[in-house]
Design a protein around this ligand. Structure first.
Ligand code: GLC
Length: 668
């Protein structure tokens, strides 16, 4: 343990800001430096640690983005993802991985949605918890980010997220609350103000809530450049300012000399930094590489296979015969495997054309690439438009691999439609061939309404990392049965979403939809959607039966039900367990996800699935009581294969002791 008492006040103040872009201070080698590196889709490490955004010269395994990890609905995949990235961290010397991000996908326009898990706080927090456990199982730290309510890139450094207390607790804090139980080394505070106070200076959320309420015991690190006043940030208990700031020492020293920041306040932050250094050191023995580079790649493929979502299929898939045309830039070596910005990974893996992989599957189908030229991000150059059209016409089916191109840090999308020329490609292909399959590569929902009825199948590939093409090839020919489900709603139009295209006025954005985010919103207003939260098709078919809810205590229940695989292929099925508070003294969503389970069920076999519900499954945050509260009464347990496909229901009664309840006149 490093001893705080052995440090002078100047050494303490020096320690409060990074030594450079990626390392903590060593105080002239008195302390071990801690090396932090991005990111959520794989290790992004600068060639020169002092260079903040220089060329990322170090390569690493490009894993599926966290939005696709969520689409697996498989916590084992989240753990494996974390473990695999940690191997690259151990190999290249990163002590802490700046991930995972758990910001709620409040609007599909957010440019960084690919980096986040879900619109649902329970799914986001649960997957993040497993990811953190995976990374930290290898003695590599994590940074749970971006605390708090950083839900769009537009004006992220200036615009307040204005949110009521109950919404913050039930929606925006909840993923942090769940993930903190995995004991992340750090939490990263975000750029934006929350209710008028910058996250880095927000003592209520950093100390009273994060530490005192949620029990976070680690170190708060600022986002890069998210400290606007060093001494005020440390008073609010932002422990470590990143990256290095030349002005920080004088700012803090003069504030200290004027009595604006006290020694105790400085010591609080310094002790958290020393604890972090100690934890990194004590975890060194765990830092052992488990997977070869090849196995890390295979892990990326395996996870992508579980994250691919089959959205539409009239039976044309799996495709294993005929002469098949493949077109679209995503079928080439230029395939986009992740989003832009700090989550970008330099992969050494050489992408092969999708047609090569499809032909290697050795089915009776023969695949060839058709260069059309549309959809490419630059000016439209019509390459062989006639030749392409004739080729589509003469093929037995056409696979189009397309993307929205627009997902990166620092910039939101202006639309959730595909580029105009991409939609044109799809509509042209349909003109010449009735058997079109569209594969969409994106990190958030896409408005497919103008073409989806005209095609026979749609596969949502997500941003699947360096293994996405092998995974897609295996799914398309049926060697992998798709088992992914959407972790966010796909609306029919951006105009149907709670925020539409509104982005705030630069000063603030009021979260006026409150707790009604994602499927909670579409349920409340009974809005039709393109694809609901939790939706995903399979090549297999399942039947649900025999639900049973066993009461274990006042608010602990065991829910069991049977799933039968009524097909001839082994397959995995995701079951989603929602809870509905039938009568309540406050508005509550129609239903809320409170458990899920993914199970492999052999062909023609039946499996009994069991999940547990507890107090948190029934509670809402009561602002008057300033705590989570469960009202006695009737609840419904809803078991579904998606938010809009409830297969089984069971009513239960909760009757907690009277002294835990508030009066509910009119029930006598
Ligand atoms: C960026 C991102 C954050 C990242 C950090 C370091 O601005 O907001 O997620 O970890 O800076 O690159």
């Amino acid at each position: 343990m490093y001893d705080l008492k052995k440090l002078s006040i100047d050494e303490k103040i020096t320690l409060l800001t990074g030594a450079d872009s990626w390392r903590t201070e060593s105080l002239n080698s008195k302390l071990r430096q801690v090396f932090v590196s991005d990111g959520p889709s794989g290790l992004r490490m600068m060639g020169d640690p002092s260079q903040e955004y220089g060329n990322t010269t170090k390569t690493a395994t490009a894993m599926p983005t966290l939005s696709m990890i969520a689409n697996t609905w498989n916590t084992d995949m989240a753990f494996l993802d974390g473990e695999t990235i940690a191997d690259d961290c151990v190999e290249k010397g990163a002590d802490i991985l700046l991930a995972p991000g758990v910001n709620i996908k409040r609007t599909p326009l957010n440019g960084r949605n690919f980096e986040y898990f879900s619109e649902d706080p329970f799914l986001a927090g649960t997957m993040a918890k497993s990811f953190i456990q995976g990374v930290q199982s290898k003695g590599v730290g994590t940074s749970l980010k971006h605390y708090l309510a950083n839900n769009r890139e537009y004006n992220r450094c200036w615009q307040t997220s204005e949110i009521d207390e109950r919404t913050i607790r039930e929606i925006y804090l909840k993923p942090f609350e769940i993930a903190i139980s995995a004991n992340p080394y750090t939490v990263m505070c975000s750029y934006n103000p929350i209710n008028g106070v910058y996250a880095s200076e927000n003592k209520y959320f950093l100390k009273d809530v994060l530490r005192d309420d949620l029990g976070f015991k680690g170190t708060v690190i600022s986002d890069w450049g998210a400290v606007y006043s060093p001494y005020k940030a440390h008073k609010a208990t932002t422990d470590l300012q990143m990256p290095h700031d030349d002005n920080a020492f004088n700012d803090i020293k003069s504030a200290y000399e004027k009595g604006l920041i006290l020694q105790d306040e400085i010591d609080f932050c310094v002790s958290n930094i020393l604890k972090l250094i100690d934890r990194v050191e004590s975890e060194q023995p765990k830092r052992k590489i488990s997977y070869s580079v090849e196995k890390r790649h295979q892990n990326a493929v395996d996870i992508a296979k579980e994250g691919i979502v089959l959205l539409k299929n009239d039976g044309i898939l799996p495709l294993n015969k005929g002469n098949i045309a493949v077109s679209g830039e995503m079928a080439t070596e230029n395939v986009i495997t992740g989003g832009g910005g700090s989550a970008k990974v330099s992969s050494a893996f050489k992408q092969l054309p999708l047609t090569d992989l499809l032909n290697k599957e050795n089915t009776n189908a023969k695949f060839h690439y058709v260069k059309d030229g549309r959809g490419i991000n630059d000016d439209f150059v019509a390459w062989n438009l006639k030749k392409a059209s004739m080729d589509f016409y003469n093929s037995d089916a056409v696979i189009l691999c397309v993307t929205d191109y627009e997902e990166k840090e620092g910039k939101d999308r202006y639309s959730i439609k595909l580029p105009v020329l991409t939609e044109e490609l799809i509509l042209d292909a349909v003109k010449y061939n009735p058997n079109v399959i569209v594969c969409v590569y994106a990190g958030s929902s896409v408005d497919m309404s103008s073409w989806i009825d005209k095609v026979r199948a749609v596969v949502f590939v997500g941003f699947g990392g360096e293994g996405c093409q092998e995974a897609l090839s295996s799914v398309l020919v049926g060697k992998t049965c798709p088992s992914g489900k959407l972790s966010e709603t796909f609306p029919l139009s951006i105009q149907d979403t709670p925020t539409k295209t509104f982005r705030g006025n630069g000063f603030y954005e009021t979260y006026s939809e409150g707790i009604f985010v994602g499927y909670r919103y579409y349920d409340l207003y009974k809005k039709e959607v393109l694809f609901p939260f939790g939706f995903g098709l399979s090549y297999a078919s399942f039947e649900y039966s025999n639900v049973n809810v066993k009461k274990l205590s006042d608010t602990d229940f065991e829910v069991s039900f049977d799933i039968e695989n009524t097909s001839d292929i082994d397959a995995k099925e995701v079951s989603e367990i929602y809870v509905k508070d039938v009568f309540s003294m406050v508005s509550r969503p129609e239903k809320e996800l409170k458990a899920f389970s993914k199970n492999l069920i052999k062909a023609r076999q039946k499996k009994t699935v069991k999940v547990n519900l507890d107090f948190s499954s029934f509670a809402y945050y009561n602002v008057s009581l300033k705590r989570w509260h469960v009202e006695n009464g009737t609840f419904e347990i809803l078991i579904g294969s998606s938010a809009n496909d409830i297969k089984l229901k069971q009513k239960i009664e909760i009757s907690l002791p009277d002294d835990t309840q508030q009066s509910q006149k009119g029930l006598e």
